[in-house]
Every structure is written in C-alpha cells, then in structure tokens.
Design a binder for this molecule. Structure first.
Ligand code: PLP
Length: 487
C-alpha cells in the first residue's frame, strides 16, 4: 500500500494566502468599478499585448498571485467598456457591483441548476415568479432563465413551432409537418429571430419579414395579407413575432393588433422584448405593455435593461405543459425520485436546451432585492429621458440630423456638416464613429436606416448622466468638422 501515489486536489495548499489574495481581488474590483468614469471608455489593445495571447497551453502550476498580477496588466486594462457611463453601443448593459459579488457567491456554491431539489432551483423559480408579476405575465406561465435574448427567442419559437406546426414535430421533424412552416416578423426583427428560424428547420424562406411604417412598426395589414397568401398556397403559418423595442430604433409594433390577429388566425404570439419589455416597470409604458399578458411567449434580457452582469435572459411561456413537452426527455440517468436530491420537482432542463446550467438566478435574485423593482423602473425611465434629452441636443444642432423617432431609449443620428455637400456622408459617419471609439470618449455603435449610415446611441446604462450626452454631441461635432476639413 505504501507505493500508492499521493492524492492531489485543486484546493489551495495554503488557504490563508489565497484568502489574502481574494480580499485584494475584491478590493481592487470595487475600486475599479468606483473609478470607471475616470478611464477611457475603450482603448485599442497594443500589438505587444495582443501578441502576448499567443503562447502554448500551461502544463505546470503558476502562483495565483502572479496570475492575478498578469490579469491586471494584460486583461483588465482593455475591457469592452460597457461598464463605463459613456458606453451606448449595440444594446449592452452595465452590470452592478453587487451583481458581480453575487456572481462570486454563485460560483462559490457552484450548483448545477439543470434540476434537482436544492436552493439553486428554488431561487430560480422565485425569480421567474417575480418577473411574471412585474411584467404582468400570468402567474401560471412557465419560464426559464437563459443566456440571453437569442436563446430566449429560440426556446419560445421552438414551443411555437411544436404547438402550431400541425404534427408531432419532435417525432417527425419539420419535414413531417403538413405544409411548409412559416413565421412572421418585421424587417426590423433582431437577427436572433432569423437564427432561430434557421435552427428550427424553417430556414430563412420560412421567416417572412414584413415591411414597417415610418415609425419602424410592422405593417399589420401587410402581415395579415401574407398569412392569407401563405395559407392559400398550402403553407402552414405558425407564429407571429412582435417587437417590444426594436434593436435599431426602439420601436414598438402594434402588439395589441398582433395579439388580435394571432387569436383570429390561431397563430402563436411571441414577443421579442429583449429590452423593451422591461419598460413595463415604468408607469408611462405600463398600459402599452399590458399586452404581454396576451402573448404566448415573451423573451427578454436581464443583462440589458436590468443591468444584471452577463449573462442572463428569460423566456416566459403562457402554456407550461406545451413548454415542458417541447423539451423534456427522461433517460434513466435523469430519473426523478420520490424524494431526496433527485425529487420530481420542476427541473429547469425540461424547459430549454441546456442540461447543465449555472446559478445565474442568484445575481438576479440578489439585485432585485438590493434595489427593488421601483428603482429599476426609475432607472429605465431615466434612460428614456436621457434619450429624449440627446434627441433634443441633436435637433438643436444644424450639423447633426436625427434619423429616426425616439420612442424609447435609442437615438439614431448622423453628422451632415453645413450644407452636406458632395461628400460621402455614409463613409464620413463610419469614420467618425471609429474616431469616437478611439478617442476613448464614448462608444455608440453604427446603424443603417433606409440605406444611410449613422450613429446609434442605445442607453441601457445606469451610470450615464446628462453631461455625458453633452460631451458626446460636442465631440461628434468636433470630430465631424475635423473630418470635413480633411484632418
Ligand atoms: C439584444 C437583442 C436580442 C438578443 O439578445 P442577446 O441577449 O444578445 O442574445 C434579441 N432581440 C432584441 C430586440 C435585442 O435587442
């Protein structure tokens, strides 16, 4: 027996030195977040740093303190920038300090929230109940926390396909459906809807993109005609995807009319409310979003307008049995027991794609309690007010042109200069955006509307202040004039 090799573990040999390092890491992390405003939003990664990421896989141990030092030198200084008050690119949330600490606790407990009877799944069920209550979705709805809006759309649209596909799609596949399956969304629908249609076997040919009106809301009459034409051609319409806040401009489709249409036509009504659904927390938007109660499924994000650290999204489905029956599989090794850890409680993995799942519910659960839903409502309202403020600044400048209405938290505009002239303003605005990023002052992203390029500011940022938008406009004018004068 004496010649057995010594056994190893990944736990530290010296807990006290890891404890000291851990305390330093937490201190540094909180300082880093506290002082974020003093740093550039983004900065290019120097070539030497970039090249340093090409090295062989480590084969032998390194000292955690040295690894942490390396992190502070090569990783931490070159962030995406979305924690910064002047980050407004794409639709990306900021996170919160307490949310980050919650993630540390989640990783410490490290449960697998795919199922079983433990506090992890209990917390997730409560978070889902809270979200139903806050968004006005019926409490009997089922739900699942997922990685984000893309996965939420995929899960919701899977149930839609299986319920409205006219066959046991899980068994026979889409090829066995009575007539080609078709879903409907507007031309402003998010790319994840297209991905879902492709993954679900409908293909892009099975996703009709219906034109929008001047407010970027779907043309409901055109949608209705498309459904009728498809039925007449022997196809099987399955589902309408309504937008609560489009990614380009924050537009709302007429969700009540879409709900009526779906009820009349026996179509599944899915709402992509990635960020817009959260506007239900704002009194002025509550009425418009009461329609969420009529949706068959609602997809939204918590890492955008709930400012929860990445990743966290949510899908709610008004038909728990259909939701369960779209995903549940019960091989012997996942058998449910009468009691014990494997008790037959609701297993989240029966409601989505993933089996192993992290404890993302904890950061949502702790964050919602830290601030309370009303404060989230005020922050969302603040972001909406800031978008209007920025729109006002843009409208007041002769050298700037607003490109779209501002119904929510997104402002699209472009630099036109005085009189515009013969310059390629698309190219100029693209270059202006790059210079803005490289200046470190602000990070909006780009937009193309009616074939014209511009700058898009999407505000899901609890750190932004009005003065940040003043600075954005000043810098945009300065860089635009510099470009016009050929600098
Ligand atoms: C961001 C977004 C998505 C996708 O969500 P992810 O969390 O990025 O996967 C879907 N729809 C809309 C409208 C979005 O803005």
């Amino acid at each position: 027996m004496t010649d057995l090799p010594p056994e190893e573990t990944l736990d530290p040999a010296d807990w006290e030195s890891l404890r000291a390092l851990g305390h330093r890491m937490v201190d540094d992390a909180l300082d880093w977040l506290r002082d974020v405003r003093e740093r550039p939003v983004w900065q290019p990664i120097p070539d030497a740093v970039r090249a340093s990421f090409q090295a062989p896989a480590p084969r032998t141990p390194s000292d955690p303190a040295a690894i942490y030092r390396d992190f502070t030198e090569r990783v931490l200084p070159y962030p995406m920038g979305n924690v910064h008050p002047r980050f407004w690119g794409w639709v990306i949330g900021t996170g919160t300090p307490f949310g980050a600490l919650a993630d540390l606790l989640a990783a410490t407990m490290n449960p697998n929230c795919g199922g079983a009877d433990h506090s992890g799944t209990l917390v997730e069920h409560q978070v889902l109940d809270w979200l139903k209550e806050l968004l006005g979705v019926p409490m009997e709805a089922s739900g699942l926390l997922v990685s984000g809006g893309s996965m939420a759309n995929l899960v919701g649209l899977t149930v839609a396909r299986n319920v409205a596909g006219g066959a046991d799609i899980r068994k026979v596949g889409v090829a066995g459906a009575p007539g080609r399956l078709v879903m409907y969304a507007s031309t402003e629908a998010h790319s994840s809807v297209r991905k879902a249609a492709e993954l679900l076997g409908l293909g892009t040919d099975g996703l009709r993109l219906i034109p929008v009106d001047a407010d970027y809301a779907v043309d409901v009459a055109a949608l209705e005609r498309a459904v009728a034409a498809d039925r007449a051609a022997g196809l099987t319409p399955v589902c309408v995807i309504g937008n609560a806040g489009t990614v380009n401009t924050g537009a709302f489709d007429d969700l009540d009319r879409l709900a009526d249409l779906c009820a009349r036509e026996h179509l599944w009504f899915h709402v992509d409310g990635a960020f817009g659904a959260l506007a239900a927390l704002v009194p002025a938007y509550r009425d418009r979003l009461r329609v969420l109660a009529r949706a068959d499924s609602v997809a939204f994000d918590l890492h955008k307008w709930m400012y929860v650290p990445f990743e966290a999204g949510c899908i709610l489905v008004r038909h728990p049995k259909e939701h369960h029956d779209s995903f549940a599989v019960a091989p012997g090794y996942l058998a449910r027991a009468r009691g014990g850890l494997a008790a037959a409680t609701v297993w989240p993995s029966d409601y989505g794609v993933e089996l192993s799942r992290g404890f993302k519910a904890l950061k949502v659960w702790m964050s919602l309690q830290e601030h309370g839903a009303d404060r989230y409502g005020r922050l969302i309202a603040q972001n909406i007010a800031q978008a209007r403020y920025l729109a006002g600044l843009v409208d007041a400048e002769a050298e700037l042109e607003r490109m779209a209405p501002v119904p929510l938290n997104i402002v699209c505009f472009r630099f036109t200069g005085r009189g515009g002239g013969a310059r390629d303003m698309d190219e100029l605005n693209r270059e202006l955006l790059i210079r803005l990023h490289e200046s470190g002052v602000a990070v909006p992203s780009s937009v193309t509307l009616h074939g014209r390029s511009g700058i898009r500011v999407a505000i899901t940022n609890h750190r932004s202040r009005r003065e940040d938008f003043d600075l954005l406009v000043r810098e945009t004018l300065r860089l635009g004039r510099e470009l016009v004068s050929g600098a």
